[in-house]
Ligand binder design. Structure first.
Ligand code: PLP
Length: 452
């Protein structure tokens, strides 16, 4: 039973034996529960909330849109606000992107990207391309297509018999997988060589796309790629005519200090999926940005993309996303995230870096991961049965802190990390508060796990 309900909850919650506390209001960096407790939002939910809660400009834009037109089906109409949002996104996207396809979230964006890529090859007369290659430890969403390319063993396992076949290569995970004596450049090249071998094993003209999160997020605890990795990967894709689909659902839209994380890697993909930070949590909205050659092939070929959902380009979702993008620009929030990155890193290293069970602290901008280990010297993870990540979450909530811990960091089963993704509006005092409270939560959870 929830705190404010006398009846058992009829909501089909994520966990059926426990009902989470009721959230009643939110403002800025804080969410307030029905019991009056306040929680500092250090993860923006799941790296969603970029402007914090109840931002007046976004609320005003949504109210105005609802009063104008709340819904029109995209098989009959387009709307001014969808057109404006597409113009806005394309104007600020990396080179070559020409169109935005609007959906309702990250999984939908990935499904659409996978199908766009497949249809592209049908349009240009390469129907034999049927395979996707992605990475272990990745997360691309929970719908069947996105789950199939995703590389998280735990999430895939129950549904494996009903997933399309996809090939998984190594993630870029320097903390665990870069060899002793190997330079980051050599490591990145080794991974690109592995991709090349995987493409050749499928058949040189059989692969549709390589799919990757530019920065690995939820399941791997913020894996920033080594310099040059994505450029090497792109060269391999180009050599075999394989498309590059980058999933920036979590790391895009400013979270790393650039609107698109791939700009920081010096690569331009063929398709890019965005969601979360696009609407900042004010509306469920996602998008696929497509390069001109993809759209032209469909325009000149069948003339349509064989896909669609009822809520494509929802006007209120587009209004929220447009307002979020405008505030980010007007308030110079990308610059703020860039500047905050090293400051937050220092705070995290000072408060957590010396803790006995903290193995690695990694990230960029307002996107950080803290990997927890039972033994720093050997990097041995905690026994998964201890569910250290769940303990950290519980300890943090006791301290009024919302962070986003997960298990299975190493191989989908063992390993624990905490993901932090504070809203871009966070000031230094918030960042310090997050580092301090998290340090206490991690210490309490890991010391208790160590005793068991
Ligand atoms: N892709 C990435 C990289 C994600 O982090 C997520 C969600 O965490 C998704 C896709 C799925 O997005 P959604 O939960 O909005 O369907």
């Amino acid at each position: 039973m929830s705190q404010s309900q006398s009846q058992p909850s009829r909501v089909f919650h994520r966990h059926l034996r426990q009902t989470p506390p009721v959230a009643v209001s939110a403002k800025g960096m804080t969410i307030r529960g029905a019991d009056g407790r306040e929680y500092l939002d250090a993860s923006g939910g799941a790296a969603v909330s970029s402007l914090g809660h109840a931002h007046p400009d976004v609320l005003a834009a949504m109210h105005a849109q609802i009063d104008r037109i709340a819904y029109a089906h995209t098989s009959f109409f387009t709307t001014e606000v969808a057109e404006e949002l597409a113009d806005d996104l394309i104007a600020h996207a990396p080179a070559g992107f020409s169109h935005a396809y609007f959906v309702s979230g990250g999984s939908e964006a990935m499904e659409a990207a996978l199908k766009m890529a497949r249809q592209y090859f049908l349009e240009i007369g390469q129907p034999q391309r049927t395979r996707f290659i992605a990475r272990r430890q990745s997360y691309h969403g929970n719908t069947l297509g996105a789950l199939a390319v995703g590389g998280n063993a735990w999430r895939r396992e129950p549904f494996a018999p009903i997933l399309m076949d996809a090939t998984h290569v190594s993630p870029c995970y320097p903390y665990r997988e870069m060899r002793e004596g190997e330079t980051p450049g050599q490591y990145g090249q080794r991974l690109a060589d592995e991709l090349e071998a995987a493409i050749r094993a499928q058949g040189e003209d059989r692969v549709i796309a390589f799919v990757a999160e530019t920065i690995g997020g939820a399941t791997a605890g913020v894996l920033t790629p080594v310099p040059g990795y994505f450029q090497a990967v792109k060269r391999v894709c180009d050599r075999y005519g394989v498309l590059l689909i980058l999933d920036e659902v979590m790391c895009g839209m400013g979270r790393t200090g650039a609107l698109y994380a791939c700009e920081q890697e010096g690569v331009v993909p063929d398709l890019i999926a965005i969601a979360k930070g696009l609407g900042g949590g004010y509306q469920p909205v996602g998008a696929v940005l497509a390069q001109r050659h993809i759209v032209e092939a469909m325009t000149e070929g069948s003339g349509f993309f064989q896909h669609g959902h009822t809520y494509l380009g929802h006007p209120v979702a587009c209004a929220a996303a447009l307002a979020v993008q405008r505030v980010i620009r007007r308030d110079h929030l990308l610059q703020r995230v860039q500047a905050n990155g090293p400051v937050f890193e220092r705070m995290l290293r000072e408060s957590l870096g010396t803790q006995r069970f903290v193995g690695d602290i990694r990230g960029r901008g307002h996107f950080w991961g803290v990997e927890l280990v039972a033994d720093r010297a050997t990097k041995r993870p905690f026994d998964p049965k201890l569910r250290v990540h769940a303990q950290v979450k519980a300890e943090a909530m006791k301290l009024g802190l919302l962070c986003y811990p997960f298990g299975g960091t190493v191989d989908g089963r063992s390993g624990d990390h905490v993901l932090l993704a504070p809203p871009f509006i966070a000031g230094e005092e918030h960042l310090q508060d997050i580092a301090t409270r998290l340090s206490r939560a991690v210490a309490a959870a890991t010391e208790s796990a160590n005793r068991n």
